[in-house]
Write a protein that binds this ligand. Structure first.
Ligand code: PLP
Length: 420
């Protein structure tokens, strides 16, 4: 993800970051539209988050024993996913990475159902555990890989990869494998092959189908959770802001979180239905553990971040995102060159093609090579974009009007470089 393989050149080695800016080791400062791949919702090194981590550090770095902070953070997560009295979570466990969260969710689903197979969608990225790397987005997509070496065929065969946004394919998979699918895992809104917005009703239909067939729905909010709104993408659907009809009446069985929930420190979480979560050891037979799980510094960063991430923060991120999207659209429209900007809340991505991007095939069906010149021009003008056309752009509450103006001023030249 950090490599510049698809855009050329050498990655900037960063020495520090504050607010909306990163500074490289040569002392050059850039407006940052990567935001640590999502966590920096408040901007980099928010003073209150840094102070919370420093205070926690002064009391010890890791205990390997329960702390009140962990419980407080778990309660904050549960409280956020209560939208209009509808709760998505009853129990939460903290882990250190999104990869662990999704891996544990899969193991739990298998343990709960005693079934072997898992359905995932092409272009969705759920971390780097063996069973989830098939047709994964993110760095796997950027490098043009079908999956990863080192995964036995027998393991890969336990994952059924379906086209995203295709309910017919889901129905066909359940029909072809009766009683054998443990779970469907989906990004709440796809954002790892560029942004792949779920069709209205798609997530609700997945919830209904999994229930009907005795499987679990794992909603992966590692990227969207607490970034696209106070209760993540599910919260946007539960509040009726997205998802169309039926959006306000479904709940996932398990939800995974990462990125923003750790405020820039290594922390992630899995939560969900009590009966399923209580299958986790030590209460139940599904094993999971981690030496640094619930690390007190990470918990302090997460708690401070969630405390600070109020409605005003989300409104600011939405406004900043909207302004950049509009500038991007204008820059290419002025050149008469078709591009598509895919959106899911404040997340968006640029595709060099005409027409909606609904799935991985659409995402790959573009003049992605044009991104190289676009990226280079933006970097040269002091704006650091994700070094891949398959990644979403991330803004923060620290992207103030002056910063947005800097971005907007750079876009026309970068657009020209891309279409030349
Ligand atoms: N799930 C999603 C949707 C992600 O975007 C990512 C990381 O980008 C992960 C899981 C894996 O998280 P981590 O990189 O913390 O292991």
């Amino acid at each position: 993800m950090r490599a510049y393989g698809s855009v050329g050149g050498t990655p900037r080695f960063v020495s520090r970051a504050a607010g909306a800016h990163v500074t490289d080791v040569a002392g050059r400062s850039y407006v940052d539209l990567v935001c640590s791949w999502g966590p920096a919702l408040l901007g980099h090194a928010h003073p209150e988050v840094v102070a919370a981590v420093q205070e926690a550090a002064s009391r010890g770095l890791s205990f390997g024993a329960p702390t009140h902070g962990e419980t407080e953070l778990a309660e904050a997560i549960v409280a956020r996913l209560d939208v209009g009295g509808r709760r998505a979570l009853e129990r939460v466990r903290l882990v250190s990475t999104g990869t662990e969260a999704t891996m544990t969710a899969i193991r739990l689903a298998r343990g709960a159902t005693d079934r072997p197979l898992v359905v995932k969608f092409a272009g969705h990225y759920h971390g780097h555990s063996d069973g989830l790397l098939a047709e994964a987005g993110s760095g796997v997509a950027t490098q043009g890989l079908p999956g990863s070496a080192g995964i036995p065929a027998e393991v890969a065969a336990q994952t059924l990869v379906l086209p995203y946004n295709d309910l017919g394919a889901v129905d066909a998979a359940f029909a072809a494998h009766p009683g054998r699918i443990a779970a469907v895992i989906t990004e709440a809104a796809g954002a790892n092959a560029g942004v792949l917005r779920p069709r209205d009703g798609f997530n609700a239909a997945l919830a209904a189908r999994t229930r009907e067939h005795g499987a679990l729905l794992i909603l992966d909010e590692v990227l969207t959770g607490f970034r696209v709104g106070p209760a993540g993408w599910w919260g946007r659907e539960a509040a009726g802001l997205e998802g169309g009809e039926g959006a306000t009446s479904w709940t996932p069985d398990l939800v995974t979180f990462g990125k923003v929930v750790g405020g820039g420190m290594p922390l992630a979480a899995i939560g969900g239905r009590r009966d399923v979560m209580e299958l986790l050891a030590p209460l139940g037979p599904v094993y999971q553990a981690g030496t640094l799980s619930g690390n007190p510094l990470a918990v302090a960063a997460g708690l401070a971040t969630l405390r600070l991430a109020d409605d005003a923060v989300y409104a600011r991120v939405d406004a900043a995102s909207g302004a950049v999207q509009a500038g991007l659209a204008d820059a290419f429209a002025a050149l008469g060159h078709p591009v598509t900007i895919s959106r899911a809340g404040s997340l968006f991505s640029l595709a060099f093609r005409d027409g909606v991007v609904r799935d991985y095939d659409d995402a790959r069906d573009q003049d992605g090579w044009r991104y190289r010149a676009f990226f280079a021009s933006m970097l040269e003008q002091g704006i650091s974009l994700p070094p891949s056309v398959f990644e979403a752009w991330f803004l923060s509450a620290a992207h103030d009007d002056a910063t947005i103006d800097t971005i907007l001023a750079a876009l026309p030249r970068a657009a020209r470089a891309a279409v030349e």
